[in-house]
Design a binder for this molecule. Structure first.
Ligand code: HEC
Length: 256
């Protein structure tokens, strides 16, 4: 009876061990299985390669778009296009989309107004050129599309995160941003002129013209937390001052 039990326990133990080992084995085996790595050779095919080339003239379904102006921002000759592609219809809704996408994908580094002073830069990232310097003012729209698509120096590419349609919306908004910082407001006609002049008289000019809201973007947030810190510290009594300042500093760091 005792011996039987012992054998049973041994059998159960063995079964468990097989199970554990069994679970690990196939994983490794799947990794090690017979397969071709990219560009490996093979005797099976006449050309000696394992990978097959597409028959000549094959076109990827649903992905080929011959409109280079739209997909690359260049003419067929490879020069950057100087006005938005024909397929893009600039409407107020499209501009708002551009503003929103710019706020998400570009402002963190380039700043809400494009001076290259976004929060990531304030925190130590390489400072990009301002969109308002003469060189970039003169750059064709195709260039901006290309920078978003391929990246530029230390700036990563955004092609995988921002679809083509949105990239153009960002470019359209970027152009408006450039105009906003250099426009001759007195020469503006129609409603746009009236709104701009009224806003400037109100002394709320910048924010209203830029359409970035009252807080002025990322820099504004930083200033307001700095102001709070100062106010908190002043309100404290002498003995509390140091502690309050410490606490305020910690809170600022945590809150951002
Ligand atoms: C992570 C930070 C970061 C983000 C996000 C970012 N950029 Fe940049 N951008 C840079 C830096 C840094 C440079 C300068 C790179 C260099 O000179 O090596 C730059 C350069 C540029 C330039 C100027 C190229 C020149 O000729 O000087 C343009 C235009 C530009 N970015 C557009 C954009 C747009 C549009 C977006 C949003 C889709 C964007 N960037 C998002 C960091 C960023």
């Amino acid at each position: 009876m005792r011996a039987e039990r012992r054998i049973l326990a041994l059998a159960a133990g063995l079964a468990l061990l097989t199970l554990v080992v069994g679970c690990r084995e196939p994983r490794q085996a799947m990794y090690d299985q017979a397969k071709y790595e990219p560009y490996e050779s093979s005797e099976l095919f006449d050309d000696g390669g394992a990978g097959r080339v597409h028959p000549e003239g094959t076109i990827a379904r649903g992905r080929f778009d011959p409109d280079r102006a739209y997909t690359r921002g260049t003419t067929d000759g490879g020069a950057f296009i100087t006005s938005l592609p024909e397929r893009i219809e600039v409407t107020p809704a499209y501009m708002r989309r551009g503003e929103e996408r710019y706020g998400i994908f570009c402002a963190p580094c380039h700043g809400a107004l494009g001076y290259g002073d976004g929060m990531i830069v304030q925190r130590g990232y390489f400072k990009p050129a301002s969109y308002h310097e003469a060189r970039l003012q003169k750059m064709p729209v195709g260039y901006f599309f290309d920078v978003i698509t391929q990246g530029f120096g230390r700036m990563p590419a955004y092609a995988s995160q921002v679809p083509v349609e949105d990239r153009w919306a960002i470019v359209a908004y970027l152009r408006a941003l450039q105009l906003s910082q250099s426009a001759d407001v007195a020469a503006l006609t129609g409603e746009a002129g009236e709104v701009a002049r009224a806003a400037l008289e109100d002394n709320t000019g910048d924010a209203a013209l830029m359409g970035v809201g009252d807080d002025g973007g990322t820099a504004g947030h930083r200033e307001s937390s700095a102001t709070e810190t100062a106010t908190d510290t002043e309100a404290a009594t002498d003995t509390e001052t140091a502690a309050a300042a410490d606490a305020a500093t910690t809170r600022t760091e945590d809150g951002e």
